[in-house]
Design a protein around this ligand. Sequence first.
Ligand SMILES: Cc1ncc(COP(=O)(O)O)c(C=O)c1O
Length: 383
Amino acid sequence: MKQKPTKKPAIANYSSGPCAKHPGWSLQALKGYSAGRSHRSDIGKKKLKEAGETVRNLLNIPSNYKIGLFAGSDTGAFECAMWSLLGPRTVDVLVCESFSKDWATDVITQLKIKSNVYDAPYGQMPDLKKVNWDNDVVFVWNGTTSGVKMPNGDWIPDNRKGLALCDATSAIFAMDIPWNKIDVLTFSWQKCLGGEGGHGMMVISPRAVERLESYTPPWPMPKIFRMKKDGKLNEDIFSGSPINTPSMLCVEDWLEALEWAKQQGGLKGLMKISNDNLATVDKWISSNNRFAFLAETPEIRSNTSVCLKVVDTKFTSLSPEEQKATAKKIANILASEGVAYDINSYKAAPTGFRLWCGPTVVKEDLRLSLEWLEWAYEQIIGQ
Ligand SMILES: Cc1ncc(COP(=O)(O)O)c(C=O)c1O
């Protein structure tokens, strides 16, 4: 029987959103917060503009792409894009987990657009060769609830007729995005840099702007989604003046997170942290024969939302309900010991564990938490 570990991780937060704050974060770091000042004041606008432009520099976003802030977190930004741009072409939707499934539902049952859905079971990616690029294409770059990611952008042609709409909320700042393959990309602050929820960013290409200005959807558009003014892109939204009021406290927190990201060596440094974290899990899996990655092949294995399944027959021989209850018990032990929080797999995903391994997670903490996971597993299942 494995001895109870003695050392605990300094930070034990593995939620896939809101994700761990970066090491060293404290409320004191937000002292530049201009409490009670308007987001339309000079100082407010300056901070909002900086929030976008620092993202551009960190992520190497081309200068002709626009970056805006939207309400409703990643969901708000992505649905704003879908509601504003989709309609004139058939839509191909790639589904690899629950959020991409939600986007398919939006296209089919809410927008009622002619569509093709390419669905893959948990742990796999749909066949990317099936996509018809005469159509608009909706996809996630990283499936947060299944732990699979896009292998690369090679499957997206440069001369596509349709638009590529990408929800990259759990990929951005940990994976390289080929911007020339993307027309719309959205993400929330709450993921890789450990910012706050509620705020979504949208990056749009010149082709997306062209679509926006040349097409008016037949459905009503609530104010919160209206990106056009007098038939043209409302440039204000993309230069520090969002449609409605953001939390300036969250903006301050985001600016602080971006500063931390710069100190890590920018995108390269952040990707290295995530890749090293994934390697730590990989090494741990190789050293025991009880767990495996849910993602079936290394090319599609996420380095942020790392999903594990249990392959031990003592566990797999249990009924699905017993498996769920057992995994919950293990996660509860770890939480009560203060050594790993929020590691249950997503409710609709296969039973197992999910550990966020993005850039704010510290490798040594992760290594210690995994030791604890092995110990807790033995406490519940036996050796
Ligand atoms: C791929 C994906 N899309 C959308 C969302 C929804 O994000 P939010 O709650 O920031 O709107 C999540 C949240 O985890 C996600 O992982």
